[in-house]
Design a binder for this molecule. Sequence first.
Ligand code: SAM
Length: 298
Amino acid sequence: MTDRDSLTCYRKDDRGILWLWNYVEKIRVKTGYKISTLLHYEQSPFQEISIVETKGFGRMLVLDGTPQVSTKDGFIYNEMISHIPIVTHPDPKKVAMIGGGDCGPAREAMKYAGLEQIDVVEIDQRVTEVCRLWLTPASYYEHDQRVRMVHRDGLEWVQAHKGSYDILIIDRPDPYGPAKKLYKPEFYQHVYDCLTDDGVVVIQSGSPFYNTSTLKGTVNNLRALFPIVRTYLAAIPLFPSGIWSFTLASKKWDPVQADLSRLQHTDTQYLDPEVFRSAFVLPKYVRTIVDEGATEGR
Ligand code: SAM
């Protein structure tokens, strides 16, 4: 049993059509995704893994009933979580992604020739194998000698690799199951310690519209450790509320002063220099959440 069974499920309607229902309890909203084919379904030692073909979003990776990435709009999330920290740091060499999934962020990082090592830390080897089979063949990333797939717990990995990475990308699912520990205050301290002296980290910090506490908690924990903390937004149709936040924290480099000539955007579909800059301009209600959080402390 996952602690999410009650919230999400596959159901057939009265015409026998299969739907995936994702219920977001905090805002009492249920989002339905019409399924043309359920391609894969299993219970791994960590979570329920499924791959579905849908009418609206192409093929989707679904974990514990929650859509993680789709072939239709996955480029938005994966471009925004990867390029921004890699370009914020002027000359990164070693990057680690905590949470591999379909390795979308790793494929974006591979566009930066200056990177020497790209570690993908995924706790669930079955997710890697299922994604290779149904979403992105390993050939798309494992031909690159810099990419190393590591099937370990991300918290243990950052604890064991102090001062090792210029960039950390924390591509965590919502706070349940094996990802819960990636939301605890001590995890942020281990992230800080795992970075080099001028390291940069980006953490997906949820929807500012209904994950308010996740956004506040992420900002507050990072502000307690880093001199520079900035939240940025992207419009991601797959996720409930359609608006998603990422929070960047840096020991030295400020993203708003990044050298955007380094941005590899010839084949991106969402991010370019103007979007990079404007993503950090927050609507007033989001600024209030972020600033309010600062006064509330961790
Ligand atoms: N953006 C990715 C893609 O392109 O597919 C999706 C990543 S998905 C949001 C998050 C991943 O983190 C899942 O594959 C899940 O198995 C993994 N995960 C959850 N808890 C983890 C932990 N403690 N350590 C490492 N990986 C973890």
